[in-house]
Design a protein around this ligand. Structure first.
Ligand code: C2E
Ligand code: MG
Ligand code: MG
Length: 391
């Protein structure tokens, strides 16, 4: 049957290319098409689109209908200085990019892709040993209850310092950890580290919730829910002290397993936030369909809210809608006291940002709580700041 599939694919590819083009099978499920005498890039685009369309119809083998996708990486010989080995490398780099952006797509090679791929491969390689080498650390960023005027929780943010690559931003390594599946053991380490921290704060009578970012790969993992619940029950953690932050892309997947897991987590008393709201799809049906407690408005709407009318309109609409749906609202990315002053007038529930504190090690959070530093920063706003509200 495997041979039959390969023959079927070959037949479709052959029918999509032109008379003088050459089709090779490189091995396994990889093919190469050499296309000569190309006057314009658009000709390649046409062939790629034709192949894509041909693969949109199912393949039929021995009474089975199979849906087979293909990804394509396209490289032009002029870019590779006429060297076939380089040309192939460029096509492979473009293919990797096409695969990353979703099955069934194609991608042209552009300068620098190879270096980027090599860097990503190096990051993945180093990530594999990072847990064993103890290279991760959690930092915590304060979340302030605006009405109560106090620090009530923290967001746990992962930090990685590697002996060879130095310190790497989570925005760079988390997607690689997700793609490689390494996010599963890393996520388990995060849950355990947060558990230890919650127990330590409990001993010190420090009353904070911890919000953790979880990715869809973690939530889809069949063991996630059991392991997570086990950590909570084994250590008698108060579920009200744990929150999970999801990004919209998780909800977009519409996986019944994810919906069930979220419902179970909610029934245990764990709170769920929708992170970075306002940038992605921001579909309002998520707010209705999923058991959410909070939405976190994306930083870009908050940073200059005092002066930007568009952001003001968007944020006040989000707040009004969220409150009507019984959802609480967190504003992320507060860097100046004037922003706090402005947001006070908007009935925002929670604030988070560099103005209060960047993400810091747990001991610094303990010091912040004991010194009531965040509360003094909030007081400073109410006494000195006369917010200039534009409506
Ligand atoms: P996020 O969850 O939206 O986290 C907020 C990001 O904004 C953090 O960046 C934080 O340091 C930054 N930030 C907070 N306040 C301010 C501010 O006032 N101004 C500015 N300019 N930035 C501010 P960070 O730590 O680099 O994390 C980036 C993203 O990486 C996170 O976005 C989250 O999506 C992901 N990430 C971080 N840690 C984890 C983790 O443990 N697990 C997973 N799955 N993702 C994580
Ligand atoms: Mg977050
Ligand atoms: Mg966020």
């Amino acid at each position: 049957m495997g041979d039959g599939v390969l023959q079927g694919i070959t037949a479709r590819l052959r029918s999509s290319i032109r008379e003088n083009d050459t089709l090779y099978r490189l091995g396994a499920d990889e093919f190469i098409i050499v296309i000569e005498n190309v006057q314009h890039k658009d000709e390649l685009l046409e062939i790629a689109q034709r192949i894509k369309k041909d693969f949109s119809f199912p393949f039929c083998f021995a009474d089975h209908e199979l849906k087979i996708d293909c990804s394509m990486g396209i490289a032009l010989s002029s870019l590779a200085e006429e060297n076939p080995t380089n040309l192939l490398k460029c096509a492979e780099s473009a293919l990797r990019h096409a695969k990353d952006s979703g099955l069934g797509s194609y991608c042209f090679y552009i300068d620098g892709m190879e270096q980027e791929n090599m860097k990503q491969a190096e990051i993945e390689n180093q990530l594999k040993a990072a847990l064993l080498e103890n290279e991760f650390q959690l930092h915590y960023q304060p979340i302030v209850d605006l009405r109560a005027g106090k620090l009530v929780g923290v967001e746990a943010l992962l930090r990685w310092t590697n002996s060879q690559l130095g310190s790497i931003s989570p925005a760079e390594f988390i997607p690689i950890a997700e793609r490689s599946g390494l996010i599963i053991p890393i996520g388990e380490w995060i849950i355990n580290t947060v558990k230890d921290q919650l127990l330590e704060w409990e001993k010190l009578k420090i009353d904070l919730f911890v919000s953790m970012n979880v990715s869809s790969i973690q939530l889809k993992n069949p063991d996630f829910l059991d392991k997570f619940c086990h950590v909570i029950s084994e250590n008698k953690l108060n579920p009200a002290k744990i929150e999970l932050e999801l990004t919209e892309s998780i909800l977009l997947e519409q996986s019944p397993h994810i919906t069930e897991s979220l419902a179970k987590l909610r029934s245990l008393g764990i709170r769920i936030s929708l992170d970075d709201f306002g940038t992605g799809y921001s579909s309002l049906t998520y707010l209705q369909r999923f058991p959410l407690n909070k939405i976190k408005i994306e930083r870009s709407f908050i940073t200059n809210i005092e002066t930007q009318k568009d952001s003001q309109a968007i944020v006040s609409a989000i707040v009004a809608m969220a409150h009507k749906l019984d959802l609480e609202v967190v504003a992320e990315g507060i860097e100046r006291p004037s922003t706090v002053g402005y947001l006070k007038q908007m009935s925002i529930d929670y604030l988070q940002g560099y103005y209060f504190s960047p993400p810091v090690v747990a001991d610094s959070i303990t010091q912040l709580v004991l010194g009531s530093k965040v509360e003094s920063l909030l007081m400073a706003v109410s006494s000195n700041q006369q917010p200039n509200i534009q409506t």
